[in-house]
Design a protein around this ligand. Structure first.
Ligand code: FES
Ligand SMILES: [Fe+2]
Length: 380
């Protein structure tokens, strides 16, 4: 029997409660997130091309300090930033040169950069009960996707999850793009507050006048026209305003458009890929940007945004990547200010929980994801 399907609408048919207020400032909640969400998922750590051969970088992944190593031959490895002798920090800087060995600055134990095995124990002469092979650096899983490096603290990490929509950047030459601009913001908000703001557009008319001009459907408080067709402006299928093709200050492409995009990808004007918990990517017809989040405390989050271009675009005479990035930077800073405003209110002892509106279906999905991750048994 064929059933008539009603028009698909993602809007919720009820108004569920939000997470409790303490989810955004409690040290205990934050610590549990670090042991579950941040210790078990692939966490974006920047572009492979920005990690020069012969260098290492120190990262924070959840509660762990991690060193990401790129050997002179280009090989990639990652380890916990802790010595197996008596636990000293191995790398005390955000970035450092890397040779064949990683030496502990305390008593000079040294480890092979390629696989972390213990090579020497400095001036110490261990007895026969000590087995070098049992005292290599503690490895961290590392992979590369679309030119991004991702690390995973889990001892048994699964693949990058297919339900993240990872295929949707297949038509962009991601691995060849070059970082042209970067901004870093230290936001006074819980990391989830930023993601919640990302997941709804009810705030767009009030917070983002320039963006609403660029993307007319946002001016109605919607994320996409299919949410509420009767409320969406008729743009003839275009998502960006008439005459605009990219998120640049004048809406014009900043260089040649990528040749492999489908007509729909071109018409969209932007294509989002979300990789919880740490990154989203927005791919335009002429350039791509990514935003990474690193929780630095229950009420603080470091945001790093980068813009990627074809090398030929960056080399154009007079090309100014900061100018091209200024449109999205404005939007990111508006969102950052909104997230900090939200955080200040969430601290109120009078606030218990809020309610989600039907248009906030993507926040409901995010909350379900967070709670599901935290409910899973913690790894030993
Ligand atoms: S703690 Fe690293 S060599 Fe002693
Ligand atoms: Fe926003």
């Amino acid at each position: 029997m064929t059933r008539h399907q009603p028009p698909a609408s993602p809007l919720l048919d009820h108004c569920p409660p939000t997470l409790p207020g303490h989810a955004y400032h409690s040290a205990d909640w934050f610590a549990q997130e670090q042991r579950t969400i941040w210790a078990r998922n692939w966490v974006a750590a920047g572009r492979l091309a920005d990690l020069m051969p012969g260098s290492m970088r120190r990262l924070r992944v959840g509660a762990a300090s991690v060193i990401l190593c790129r050997a002179t031959d280009g090989g990639l490895s990652a380890f916990h930033n802790v010595c197996r002798h008596r636990g000293a920090e191995l790398c005390g800087q955000d970035a450092a040169p890397l040779g064949r060995l990683i030496a502990c600055p305390y008593h000079a134990w040294s480890y092979a950069a390629c696989d972390g095995h213990l090579v020497a124990t400095g001036h110490a002469c261990p007895t026969s009960d000590f087995r070098r092979e049992d005292h290599g650096l503690l490895p961290v899983a590392v992979t590369v996707w679309s030119g991004f490096v991702l690390v995973n603290l889990s001892r048994d990490p699964g693949p990058l999850h297919p339900d993240m929509g990872l295929g949707s950047l297949d038509n962009w030459p991601m691995a060849d793009l070059v970082t042209g601009h970067r901004i870093v913001r230290d936001l006074a908000c819980n990391w989830k507050v930023f993601w919640e703001n990302y997941n709804e557009c009810l705030h767009c008319p009030g917070i983002h006048p320039e963006l609403c001009d660029m993307v007319p459907v946002y001016g109605r408080g919607l994320m996409a026209a299919d949410e509420a067709p009767e409320r969406a402006p008729d743009t003839g299928g275009r998502v960006l305003r008439e005459g605009a093709v990219s998120w640049t200050p004048d809406g014009q492409p900043c260089g040649p458009e990528f040749p492999g995009l489908t007509p729909e990808e071109r018409q969209n004007g932007f294509n989002f890929v979300t990789l919880y918990p740490a990154m989203y990517v927005v791919a335009h017809v002429d350039h791509v940007r990514a935003v990474r989040l690193e929780p630095t405390g229950p009420e603080s989050t470091r945001l790093t945004a980068e813009w990627y271009f074809p090398a030929g675009t960056l080399a154009r005479p007079g090309f100014d990547a900061a100018e091209i990035a200024s449109f999205a930077t404005l939007v990111i800073d508006q969102d950052g200010a909104a997230a900090e405003m939200n955080q200040r209110g969430l601290r109120s002892p009078a606030y218990q929980r809020g309610r989600l509106m039907p248009e906030e279906y993507a926040i409901a999905d995010f909350h379900a994801w967070v709670l599901g991750q935290m409910a899973e048994e913690e790894q030993g």
